[in-house]
Design a binder for this molecule. Structure first.
Ligand code: ATP
Ligand code: MG
Length: 415
């Protein structure tokens, strides 16, 4: 395949190169760990994982079928597909600990099995030098050849067919696995998955998603524990721009690559912010605003059957995140507030955002609705009594404003 420069031709060529998935592998053996220990509920977890894999692979070429069989999950393509793309998709599905691309063949007799092993090894390792050992498992006890014999015979045919192959039973570079079940699985490569629990096994939570670095990471981490993520974003047009809003939509889409489709609620917060600004002491603006964000998020969360709220807060990061501020913010919430980053240093959060691909979008320099009305010296140790007293100044109009903000919200599905 000639290498070409940029432009669509180059893109097509590399896509064609990548598209060789079907030639080498048609199937994946998908391993999961944590969900294996859930006792009687195990099948629920397996089914959720199968559903996630199905939904995600549906969006790429290959017409994959996904099924579970005696504690294993398999995905198999019916037509040509982009191998790298399929692996990328699988590596973003929580619950998967390892992805083993494999050759799955029908049982057509022992000679055919040996021929398939050779085909597999030649295809994957070519003439490269490598040390190996064979580990056969005969789950189908009707199969006429015992595992030890398969180990020896498969080792021999590989040595004959591959000049670079050398046996090392103690510390091999390659463990060639042959699993004899109804069909026969041949595999040796293990690609790490993201771990965690399948999304959909732990209820739903409402993420307060801003355009910053932290909240997308908090959403990712919560989804990783199996929680379905819904999100709410507060904007303040015309003080915050369309671009700032688009940035949050983009972040929701980036998190959705892991968490699955995210319902994003976009709430117009301008009138509430202006009202607080007019009525309350300016050093208390941030904390009072945050209390109203939490209240509104909770109203929508309850309407949509979310079991908790999620924020990107971390102790001490800013004035509104001191222990005192967190306590005062928390006071308005009935639902549990999940703060996955609470004890993380900023650099640790940045590292995760880089890993999951949200960082670059998060650092785009668009204004945030919290920062626009922020006081020079916000209180860092708010006293609940005093904040509540300030909030009484909002009594006249605030309920109506909150109701309007909730009912006029824009709803979007981010995928
Ligand atoms: P982030 O990086 O997530 O924006 P931050 O360090 O900027 O966080 P704050 O602005 O104090 O911190 O926000 C704390 C948390 O409150 C955020 O992580 C997010 O969960 C929520 N939040 C803040 N602003 C908004 C907003 N405009 N819409 C929705 N949630 C918000
Ligand atoms: Mg922020």
């Amino acid at each position: 395949m000639p290498k070409s420069g940029c432009g669509s031709q180059g893109g097509d060529a590399s896509k064609a190169e990548r598209k060789r998935g079907f030639m080498k592998y048609r199937s994946f053996l998908i391993k999961y760990a944590e969900i294996g220990v859930k006792g009687k509920n195990r099948y629920l977890f397996e089914d959720a994982l199968v559903k996630q894999i199905n939904q995600r692979l549906k969006r790429i070429d290959g017409k994959f079928s996904v099924w579970k069989e005696s504690g294993r999950i398999y995905a198999e393509a019916a037509e040509d597909f982009d191998f790298d793309e399929a692996v990328e998709v699988l590596q973003r599905i929580f619950g998967i600990v390892a992805i083993c691309p494999m050759l799955q063949v029908e049982d057509r007799g022992y000679d055919d099995l040996k021929a398939q092993v050779v085909r597999y090894v030649r295809e994957v390792y070519g003439d490269k030098p490598f040390t190996f050992k064979v580990v056969a498992r005969r789950a189908n006890k009707q199969y006429p050849v015992v595992s030890d014999q398969i180990n020896r015979d498969a080792g021999e045919v590989v040595l004959d067919a591959c000049p670079g192959a050398k046996v090392d039973v103690h510390d091999p570079e390659v463990i060639l696995r042959i699993e004899v079940r109804q069909k026969i699985n041949i595999f040796s490569e293990t690609i790490p998955g993201p771990g965690g629990m399948p999304v959909g096994t732990a209820g739903k939570a409402m993420l307060l998603l801003s355009g910053g670095i932290d909240s997308p990471v908090a959403g990712y981490m919560t989804a990783k524990r199996g929680v379905i993520i819904e999100a709410v974003y507060f904007h303040a047009p015309p003080y915050t721009s369309e671009r700032a809003k688009q940035k949050v939509v983009d972040l929701a889409k980036l998190v959705a690559r892991y968490a699955g489709p995210i319902k994003l609620n976009i709430v117009n917060f301008t009138d509430i912010q202006l009202y607080i600004y007019d009525q309350c002491p300016h050093d208390e603006l941030t904390i009072i605003m945050r209390r109203y964000m939490m209240r509104i998020a909770e109203i929508i969360a309850k309407q949509d059957d979310c079991l908790g709220l999620v924020t990107g807060e971390s102790i001490g990061q800013v004035a509104s995140q001191t222990m005192h501020s967190l306590a005062v913010t928390n006071e308005v919430c009935e639902l549990p507030v999940i703060r996955p980053l609470i004890a993380f240093d900023k650099q640790d959060i940045v590292d995760i955002s880089l890993k999951i691909g949200t960082y670059e979008t998060s650092v785009l320099p668009y204004e945030d609705c919290c920062t626009i009305f922020v006081a020079k010296h916000p209180v860092t140790k708010p006293v609940l009594k005093r904040i509540k007293k300030s909030e009484t100044k909002l009594e006249e109009k605030i309920d109506e404003l909150v109701e309007t903000a909730v009912s006029t919200r824009e709803v979007m599905r981010c995928i």
